[in-house]
Design a protein. Structure first.
Length: 288
């Protein structure tokens, strides 16, 4: 049974529209929304027991456009995103599909951490945006098929080594209209260590700055800088290879906010909504 405190990606977004439930997303393992806590586990890649692409359709997207993912606790839990206590950064990577995520192939295209001015984390922005995370795609990457890996790292128990929780899933996309850039990548697993300062941290103490884990974000037109580490002095705000992530929509007051503040697993899920309408431009290209 899925836990209401946890989360997974259930929708991909194109043109600000949520696509069909689970379409284009690598199949989840069961239980699908439980986190990975071992940074050396292969499960940290996509949280799936099926790392082949044959059972997943691929979505056509345009380089330089803005896509998105939708986090929520379950198929019918449209308005329950993640426990608000599970605070942490959001990170998004790309890897060529032909690599199947193996080797030094993952380059980061987006990150958002902690905003000291508002005392808020990216995870809280995702909750306030009803689970949506907007992702600008680099404009100059080579055309072709990619795995898009998005994750939230929950740090509520990260004061102990091994306490951080990784909520990652992968979407299959096919990019057109791009350039020739093939950014240098890092290995997942391998890019994170359990005692990295952005993974082993007590967020319940006052935070002056937060080092976002992993490499620097690839910036379109740059000299393939994605394999360079953020280091201990990494950015605590947000960044992407294009424009910054749009501000999330204002949440509804009342019951939705209460659900996203709860750590419990009790209570009935809300009725699903019907806004999962795929736009004409995004279609399955093939199954392998």
């Amino acid at each position: 049974m899925a836990a209401h405190a946890h989360t997974a990606i259930f929708n991909f977004m194109v043109d600000n529209k949520r696509l069909e439930l689970k379409k284009y997303i690598r199949p989840f393992y069961d239980p699908y929304n439980f986190p990975v806590k071992d940074v050396n586990s292969k499960d940290i890649v996509c949280r799936t027991s099926d790392m082949s692409s044959k059972n997943t359709d691929t979505c056509d997207v345009t380089a330089g456009s803005k896509v998105g993912v939708v986090f929520r606790t379950g198929e019918s839990s449209e308005k329950i995103v993640l426990s608000r206590s599970h605070k942490g950064p959001c990170l998004v990577y790309l890897a060529p599909m032909e690599s199947n995520g193996e080797g030094d192939v993952w380059f980061k295209i987006f990150e958002e951490g902690y905003d000291k001015a508002t005392d808020q984390w990216c995870s809280e922005h995702v909750i306030d945006a009803k689970g949506e995370l907007a992702i600008p795609l680099p404009s100059d990457i080579a055309n072709g098929e990619y795995l898009l890996r998005a994750e939230i790292i929950a740090l509520h128990a990260a004061d102990s080594v091994g306490g951080a929780e990784f909520y990652s899933n992968c979407v299959q996309i096919k990019v057109s209209g791009g350039g020739s850039a093939k950014p240098k990548g890092v290995s997942i697993p391998g890019v994170y260590k359990a005692d990295d300062p952005g993974i082993h941290i007590d967020i319940h103490e006052k935070i002056e700055s937060y080092p976002i884990p992993g490499p620097k974000v690839y910036v379109s037109g740059s000299s393939n800088n994605s394999s360079e580490s953020n280091g201990s002095g990494g950015s605590s705000g947000s960044g992407s290879g294009s424009d910054k992530n749009e501000k999330p929509s204002t949440p509804d007051n009342g019951k939705d906010e209460e659900l996203n503040s709860s750590d419990g697993d009790s209570g009935a899920d809300p009725e699903p909504t019907t806004n999962e309408v795929p736009p004409p431009r995004c279609k399955p290209t093939r199954k392998r």
